[in-house]
Write a protein that binds this ligand. Structure first.
Ligand code: HEC
Ligand code: HEC
Ligand code: HEC
Ligand code: HEC
Length: 434
């Protein structure tokens, strides 16, 4: 009897674990990637104009080729800037260097490349939607396939905020397999910064169309996360992945320094004439002259906690201060502090549900602004994250007066090496007074 009960409990636990299992990323899942050409027929996703026959636009291929930078990610590697980067790193041609292909193409191993697969397609459909081997033939036919059966057959759940965050961050931050190191940046690679909702929506601000349309039919076919929830999930995913990478061998760096790519770039790269050092609340009692781990998304997590779970705020702040204090001790101390901050972030993540976040935009905005009033955006990395949060929240709140101020706020961040915190913070105070 008790044995039966135990196995029933075990069964429930296993079923629950399976439901909570993360979808495997397209680059590592087992399925063959059939190639962009297999998606691009005119009656499939290659229509020249949007169509009405089904709920989806069917011109995704054309939109992707014409206005999605992912389509050009491989050709970027042939440009002089890339060739210079690769030459400085001793990599030969960037178009055949694994160090570059990992993020600029759908670089699955040869045995997972179908007949029509071409590396030159860059970040193609299956780099995000998953290898189509097991769903290509049926996914469009309602008689044979449903959203759920497609996902079971290996389609990646790009609509789910958490899964999307992991997908995008695998290239926009890195993984244990691929990483844009400080060496790469010093050779000429741009600095990476990411915010999930802004980067999902950026097509609109660039005056371009995304390749999917969020209308009634779309929302009926699948779960569509709200903007503020997408933001919250994305920032916690960024923060936690960053801490996981601190625990990985990437953080060992080269020579006597840990990997500088994890640090606040502007701690070292700014003018020496304007001495800006001030003790930030989250840096505890740190002395001048220490570089700090880039913590823009950690700071936003503090703001999020303030609005969503105030009871977590003090512990989270203490864990962040501990991480920074560990910077004057040892790599081992940094890693231990990173692990406990990660635990605090997991507790916050558990409190972040769509129900909890929806409708909380005004409170979150106030928390982000209050965090600024306390002097937390004196560094560029945090200010940049704060800006993307404020922009998303103001647009969500639909306040036309505040929306009109966003451009001015953006200009305060125009030049990262000449960032003037006082100007940015004063502008935020205007938002707060509003
Ligand atoms: C396989 C790697 C990879 C994945 C996965 C990926 N990206 Fe990218 N992304 C890139 C690369 C590489 C570029 C730069 C392309 C270029 O200009 O050559 C880029 C560029 C972008 C840009 C343009 C940035 C700018 O400054 O103009 C946006 C926006 C973007 N990605 C959003 C996303 C989002 C949202 C996701 C997840 C749904 C995502 N990316 C997933 C590799 C990836
Ligand atoms: C960890 C993933 C990653 C790796 C590894 C990587 N890149 Fe990138 N790269 C990106 C992303 C993401 C962007 C877009 C950044 C943005 O605008 O936010 C980008 C942008 C670029 C750009 C600027 C493109 C533009 O239009 O401005 C160049 C050039 C570039 N990468 C070259 C390279 C080269 C050469 C290598 C190999 C030495 C390489 N990248 C390795 C992710 C990566
Ligand atoms: C950088 C990642 C990325 C790439 C590359 C990409 N997509 Fe998407 N795609 C997304 C995201 C994110 C969504 C929105 C979430 C969702 O609906 O699942 C989406 C949505 C879609 C949808 C759903 C539209 C709807 O109404 O249900 C289709 C169809 C689609 N993409 C096709 C394509 C095709 C075809 C290509 C290649 C030509 C492609 N995608 C390339 C990320 C990507
Ligand atoms: C702890 C200090 C420190 C941090 C933090 C740091 N760097 Fe550097 N960076 C250096 C040093 C030292 C050099 C080598 C300078 C030289 O070659 O003269 C350098 C070189 C560079 C260069 C080449 C500059 C040149 O003129 O050759 C670039 C670009 C760069 N870093 C970007 C970044 C980015 C992006 C970040 C953040 C992800 C960052 N750095 C973080 C110290 C730092």
């Amino acid at each position: 009897m008790s044995k039966m009960k135990n196995s029933a409990v075990l069964f429930v636990a296993v079923a629950f674990a399976a439901a909570a299992t993360r979808a495997e990323l397209p680059e590592t899942a087992a399925a063959v990637h059939t190639g962009v050409a297999t998606c691009a027929a005119s009656q499939c996703h290659g229509s020249a104009i949007p169509r009405d026959a089904t709920g989806i636009l069917q011109n995704e291929y054309v939109t992707w080729t014409q206005s999605d930078p992912h389509a050009a990610a491989y050709s970027t590697l042939g440009k002089p800037q890339s060739q210079k980067i690769a030459a400085r790193l001793g990599l030969g041609d960037a178009r055949s260097a694994a160090e570059c292909l990992g993020c600029h193409t759908d670089n699955v191993p040869a045995e997972r490349r179908g007949e029509k697969f071409q590396l030159s397609d860059g970040v193609g459909c299956e780099a995000c939607h998953g290898g189509a081997e097991n769903w290509l033939a049926t996914h469009h036919n309602p008689a044979e396939a449903s959203r759920d059966s497609n996902l079971e057959a290996g389609m990646y759940p790009t609509n789910a905020a958490g899964a999307r965050a992991e997908l995008c961050l695998s290239c926009h931050l890195g993984t244990t397999n691929k990483f844009a190191s400080h060496r790469m940046m010093a050779a000429g690679h741009p600095r990476l910064a990411f915010e999930l909702d802004t980067f999902t929506e950026i097509w609109r601000t660039l005056g371009r169309q995304p390749h999917f349309r969020n209308d009634a039919d779309y929302r009926e076919r699948k779960a569509v996360p709200g903007h503020s929830y997408t933001w919250a999930v994305g920032l916690l995913a960024e923060a936690q992945l960053r801490l996981d990478l601190v625990a990985s061998s990437h953080f060992d760096g080269v020579g006597m320094f840990p990997e500088l790519g994890f640090y606040d770039c502007h701690a070292c790269h700014r003018s020496m004439k304007s001495v800006q050092w001030r003790r930030l609340p989250r840096h505890g009692n740190a002395e001048p002259g220490l570089p700090f781990i880039n913590d823009g998304t950690f700071v936003m997590s503090l703001a999020l906690a303030r609005a969503v779970r105030p009871g977590l705020y003090d512990d989270l702040q203490a864990a962040l201060q501990r991480l920074h204090a560990a910077g004057s001790e040892s790599v081992g101390a940094i890693r231990a502090a990173a692990a406990s901050l990660n635990t605090q972030l997991s507790a916050l993540r558990a409190a972040v549900t769509e129900d909890r976040i929806n409708g909380l935009e005004a409170e979150i905005l106030e928390a982000v602004l209050e965090t600024g009033s306390e002097g937390n955006y004196l560094d560029y990395g945090s200010a940049e994250q704060a800006f993307m949060a404020v922009q998303m929240l103001v647009i969500e709140l639909g306040d036309a007066n505040l929306e009109a101020e966003l451009d001015t706020l953006a200009t305060a961040l125009d030049d990262d090496e000449r960032y003037r915190p006082a100007q940015f913070t004063a502008l935020l105070e205007k938002f707060r007074a509003h």
